[in-house]
Design a protein around this ligand. Structure first.
Ligand SMILES: NC(=O)c1ccc[n+]([C@@H]2O[C@H](COP(=O)([O-])OP(=O)(O)OC[C@H]3O[C@@H](n4cnc5c(N)ncnc54)[C@H](O)[C@@H]3O)[C@@H](O)[C@H]2O)c1
Length: 365
């Protein structure tokens, strides 16, 4: 009985957003994420990629060849000259490059930019103001929101199967190959800004903004060249709900005790998703989603059917949502840059909290 209810909730609410008619896409950046997620997603979602640009033409050409993309470029002005008016600019470069690229894109364009929206809140403000001034329809690629396992759990929540949420936790203990991203070696911020930002954005998508935060983000001896790569953070939503994120990317002791999950507990039920991608990045192991009814005693956790994985299906969602919004077939754009700016505000507060430190013990008294 409960199984039928779960399946019907997922069937009714858990679909990826798609436009009625797709628009052509040009991609700026031909790095790891475009290869492992953007292009596979657009192939699966039947979006057409008509051009690929990278500051390294060689990279653009080699990736374009393996995906039958006919045009490649090594500068933004040539892309703009080539692009048809209804194109979507899909920007996947390090965050430090966003402002200079956005400044050259024609006013009124549609844009999907990779997270994070700048490397600091100050940069996020410049990006937001640029988007406003240029009348861009822009969103940020917070793909975890559209990961099919998160969509399945939100479908259950919409159907009332979780009841009132009072506990939300995100835990990741894994081994992340940070050296895949050469640009991180000089980035002033790493873990919260480039990884856990997905979790903080996801939490905002469920609960809105917290009143305040407590955080500590620390370095790891094995990646002494990088800024902090391990984080523990509490988000304060009042006295009736516990929300935290704990991320450790240096568990290089085999897979046995590695994990990466989001868990929701409500007055009626609980749900947990496995973020399989983090357990063997960037290949990943399959994502999962499970549900348990409050008070059940045996075989509590039922596995839920999910229509794919964060990589690449979540990326169909971010592009689909933007294109549906641009054509007017949906009235909201959840990862709009104005909303993403608030996630950047949260990120900034977390770094500030970490730098300020906690309550000092009065040991001298
Ligand atoms: N949504 C997600 O889950 C997810 C996952 C991984 C990475 N990302 C984001 O995607 C972005 C890129 O990550 P990646 O893994 O592809 O990194 P990468 O280092 O593999 O590739 C970056 C590419 O950008 C190119 N580039 C840099 N500056 C440029 C410029 N000004 N103009 C044109 N090309 C330029 C580089 O030559 C390189 O090919 C990062 O901001 C990262 O945070 C998002």
């Amino acid at each position: 009985m409960i199984r039928d209810t779960l399946l019907s909730a997922i069937q009714t609410h858990a679909s990826l957003p798609m436009p009625r008619q797709t628009r052509p896409i040009v991609i700026i950046g031909a790095g790891g994420i475009v290869r492992s997620a953007h292009l596979p997603a657009y192939e699966r979602g039947k979006f057409s990629v008509i051009g690929l640009m990278d500051q390294s033409l060689e990279r653009a050409e080699s990736l374009a060849k393996s995906h039958a993309i006919s045009r490649t470029f090594d500068n933004i002005d040539s892309v703009v000259q080539f692009a048809p008016r209804d194109v979507v600019y899909d920007i996947a470069v390090p965050a430090s490059q966003l402002t200079r690229i956005l400044a050259r894109i024609p006013d009124g364009s549609a844009i999907l930019m990779q997270k994070p929206m700048g490397e600091t809140l100050e940069e996020a403000r410049i990006i937001r103001d640029l988007c406003r001034a240029k009348g861009l329809t822009a969103s940020v690629n917070f793909s975890l929101r559209y990961s099919p396992n998160n969509l399945a759990v939100s479908a259950l929540a919409k159907a009332g199967l979780l009841g009132d949420l009072h506990d939300l936790q995100v835990q990741t203990t894994t081994y992340t190959p940070w050296d895949l991203w050469t640009f991180l070696s000089t980035a002033p911020r790493v873990e919260i800004l480039y990884h856990s930002i997905h979790y903080f954005d996801l939490i905002r998508s469920w609960l809105g903004n917290p009143h305040s935060v407590y955080a500590k983000t620390v370095k790891n001896p094995h990646t002494a060249n990088l800024a902090a790569t391990k984080t523990i953070a509490i988000l304060d939503y009042g006295d009736d709900i516990r929300v935290f994120v704990a991320s450790n990317h240096h568990h290089n002791f085999g897979q046995k005790h590695q994990h990466s999950f989001v868990q929701w507990e409500g007055t009626r039920g609980a749900a947990r998703i496995r973020m399989g991608l983090n357990l063997d990045y960037p290949t990943g192991v399959p994502d999962t989603a499970e549900f348990a009814e409050r008070g059940c005693t045996e075989d509590c956790w039922q596995s839920l059917p999910i229509a794919g994985n964060n990589f690449p299906d979540g990326f169909i969602g971010t592009m689909g949502a933007l294109q549906a919004f641009v054509e007017g077939s949906t009235s909201s754009l959840p990862s709009h840059y104005e909303d993403a700016f608030q996630t950047m505000t949260l990120v900034e507060a977390l770094y500030r909290s970490s730098a300020q430190g906690g309550e000092v013990l009065p040991l001298g008294d």
